[in-house]
Unconditional design. Structure first.
Length: 213
């Protein structure tokens, strides 16, 4: 499984949406259609998806397309968030050419699957991805210092049961001592089950590391 998943660019070898099984840039219109359709359906996930989409739309309305960055590390939660952001970009008319501003905070000795998956996501979702070595606090400050235009907000794929997340809302300013920006948490109220139900229902490619336990 290890060799097979690496040859699949770090992606799961389980069945995925044929439209998403490509190395070419994704059709964000297709992502918009499937994600927004899910949000309007009778599926148990519908209300969670609808709320997350509304938060992402509001963030772009508040700060503009150039004012928001996505924090992405290839994890399952970030993958869900990335897919939701792509859907909103298409809904707002920016899904065809405009890249998604992205910061990837790296750490020593990553799993090969993770880097391969981040690389293929950068191609598929047209990420303007800047990789910066951690730790997180210093990396984010470096990202803000060297980004033009400087983002005012960053999408973060944190959830309520993550450490220090129990009191977070959809929009929270960073704490004192951290780089100053608005943290946006569209999936803060999602559970572990919600994450996997979304990935499996829409057959979204995710990092193969999760298939290995």
């Amino acid at each position: 499984m290890h060799t097979q998943s690496l040859s699949n660019h770090g992606c799961t070898v389980r069945p995925v949406d044929p439209s998403l099984d490509t190395l070419e840039p994704y059709d964000f219109g297709h992502i918009e259609d499937t994600v927004y359709s899910l949000s309007r359906s009778s599926h148990p996930l519908a209300s969670m998806v609808a709320s997350a989409l509304q938060v992402i739309e509001e963030a772009y309305q508040r700060y503009g397309m150039d004012g928001v960055t996505l924090s992405f590390n290839g994890g399952k939660d970030c993958t869900v968030l990335l897919h939701l952001v792509a859907a909103v970009m298409s809904r707002l008319g920016h899904g065809r050419e405009e890249p998604i501003r992205t910061v990837y905070v790296t750490y020593p000795n990553p799993f090969p699957h993770v880097n391969a998956f981040v690389d293929v996501c950068a191609k598929r979702y047209r990420l303007a991805c800047q990789a910066i070595p951690g730790p997180m606090q210093l990396a984010l400050q470096q990202y803000l210092d060297q980004s033009q235009p400087k983002p005012n907000a960053i999408f973060v794929g944190i959830r309520r049961n993550d450490p220090f997340a129990e009191k977070l809302t959809y929009f929270d300013r960073t704490d004192a001592g951290w780089p100053d920006f608005m943290r946006v948490h569209p999936i803060i109220d999602w559970s572990y089950k919600h994450i996997w139900d979304f990935l499996i229902t829409l057959q979204v490619p995710y990092c193969a590391l999760y298939d290995e336990g």
